[in-house]
Design a protein around this ligand. Structure first.
Ligand SMILES: [Mg+2]
Length: 304
């Protein structure tokens, strides 16, 4: 294949939909952005649902629990059930559910949503919230003296209070090679509407910890890695060769679909420009090449 197929005509779109059993949707940049649902999204999803297609939401966002994400989806007027929603706070907790004993704990660099999900599966944890217990870096040793001996895993996700103290604790626990290093997702930055500034994504926080620890995460519970797909498949039955991953990011969404044997549809309503799309074909970067592309879900939905 030399380029992606443009999915903006009725023959292409209807053929794709007729061959598809399930659509997996990334959220930010696909369904909504900057706190607003994109025009036409609700119509497109309703049309797919009325044709009996499964709709599944898969997001790398770790700042909301599964229930909070479901509420967000429903708040935008979209239909969803809890087992159709996959976020990384949920997948991290599920991953650790049977790996952390009753008398063990997880050190969490992350937002309260991760705690909510760990509580649900009965995993003990600490670390969520502000950690400004030292005045300067020279006092950092005080944070980890003594180190807890029962820390089985460290989770790193997006954390509004990320700082030197948290890195110090995370890498001190990760100095033990037996400690499991769990990352939520490696997104480099957040999509912003005003391109004059940039916002670092969770991958930037995880990379800081990994670099200082001298080790990479043992598992990444978000796209494009397969753990998330394993969990989707556990709860939602569908044939992967008859499913489409719809996303706006090539190195997470599209790679996730390609890696797991799904067709992929890139929408240009989020972080990826037409030039970036052309580059992955020019550079023969197969893992990131989408099968189809459309300007937006609204454009795609017009031909349903
Ligand atoms: Mg996105």
């Amino acid at each position: 294949m030399t380029e992606a197929i443009k999915a903006e005509d009725s023959v292409t779109v209807r053929k794709l939909v007729s061959e598809t059993e399930a659509f997996l949707f990334d959220c930010d940049g696909v369904l909504w952005g900057s706190g607003k649902i994109y025009p036409g999204v609700s119509d497109t999803l309703n049309k797919l649902q009325s044709q009996g297609k499964k709709i599944i939401y898969v997001t790398n966002n770790s700042t909301k629990s599964r229930l909070q994400y479901l509420e967000k989806i429903r708040g935008y007027g979209l239909q969803a059930k809890i087992n159709e929603v996959y976020c990384t706070a949920y997948t991290c907790a599920k991953y650790l559910q049977h790996k952390v004993g009753q008398d063990e704990e997880v050190y969490v660099v992350g937002n309260p949503s991760i705690g909510t999900e760990l509580d649900k599966v009965g995993v003990n944890h600490f670390g969520i919230g502000p950690d400004d217990t030292i005045k300067n870096a020279n006092e950092a040793h005080k944070l980890v003296d003594p180190l807890k001996k029962n820390v089985k895993a460290v989770i790193v996700g997006f954390d509004d209070y990320f700082n030197y103290s948290k890195i110090t604790k995370a890498i001190s626990y990760l100095a033990n090679p037996e400690t499991i290093f769990v990352a939520t997702n490696m997104d480099s930055n957040f999509p912003v509407t005003n391109s004059e500034y940039m916002m670092p994504g969770t991958g930037a926080l995880i990379t800081a910890v990994a670099f200082a620890a001298g080790r990479q995460p043992d598992v990444i519970c978000g796209k494009p890695d397969s753990v998330m797909m394993d969990y989707v498949k556990e709860e939602c039955e569908f044939d992967q060769s008859h499913a489409v991953m719809v996303g706006d990011r090539l190195d997470t969404d599209i790679q996730f679909g390609n890696k797991n044997g799904l067709k992929t549809l890139l929408v240009l309503s989020g972080v990826t420009s037409t030039k970036t799309l052309e580059d992955v074909f020019r550079n023969n970067d197969k893992e990131k090449q989408p099968t189809y592309y459309a300007k937006s879900l609204s454009e795609f939905g017009q031909y349903l």
